[in-house]
Write a protein that binds this ligand. Sequence first.
Ligand SMILES: [Mn+2]
Length: 322
Amino acid sequence: MKPIVDLIKNANKIVLTTHRDCDGDGLGSELALFHALKKLNKDVQIVHVDTLPKRYENFLNKDLFSLFRPSMFETPIDLCLVFDTNDERLIEPLFSEIQNHCKNIIFVDHHPLLKTGPLPTKAFIDTTAASTGEITYNIIKHLDIPIDTTIAESLYLSIAFDTQLFRYVRRSIISHQIAIEILPLIPSPEAIHRNLFGGQTPEKISFISKALSKIMYFLDNKIAIVLIHSKEISDFGLTAEDTRDVVDKILDIDCVQVAVLFREDSKNRYKISFRSKSFLDVLEISELFGGGGHHHASGAMIEGEFLKIRDQIIDYFKKKIE
Ligand SMILES: [Mn+2]
């Protein structure tokens, strides 16, 4: 922690970013540090490689996020912090470009290092942290920056999202401990809960019920797989991001140990999301497909025929279960 804190202290121009298809954890971490560094009068900027997902547009200040464009960095950057991933591919093309302008690119993350993918040269990774927000909280504490309402709300966004309202805390009390400290500063935590997990529309509920009606069960109902076609998403006026809840809902089914969601992005091109319970690891299989993530939540982009990939996945877990 000390080297990072020293680098932050000594830096003036700082860029913060997170992985493409960002989520509440990366966003909350960026925003918390952004507001904290503003208090130190740093020249700090948040840059994303894609646009803000819709669900966050409604309650976050869009103006705080710049969309990456080539040659946007004219002057040297002292420090770049990348939140909630350690995979440089997820921040391309920003990563290639910023390397020419910045010596210190540091990944601040809680995902395990990939066995096959590119390794970060500089990183602070704590895989025991239930959210990247937890690590960001520690950075802010080490910088001796007092936590105000804006910082508290950002940290809470991060922690509430990644723990899914304290369901997934990695056998640790730290998420709750941070909550105890920051909740008194937050006027309406319930608004954050609603923004993250409520906000459903009739179209979205219709879509989710359609998706859930198509679950295929395998291996004694231990594996549940759903395929969603891109047309089904657009028919309901939804975006790819709206499919995120589906896979979590499937894992809530008692007997299901592994939930797999195929989202067809174009013909024979799928985003696969895996979720698992207990002893079954889903990181390895995501890595086999060129993706990454956590041991119990992971994903990959893959090209090929649905049935072939599906059977490959079933075979893989059949062996693991045996
Ligand atoms: Mn995270």
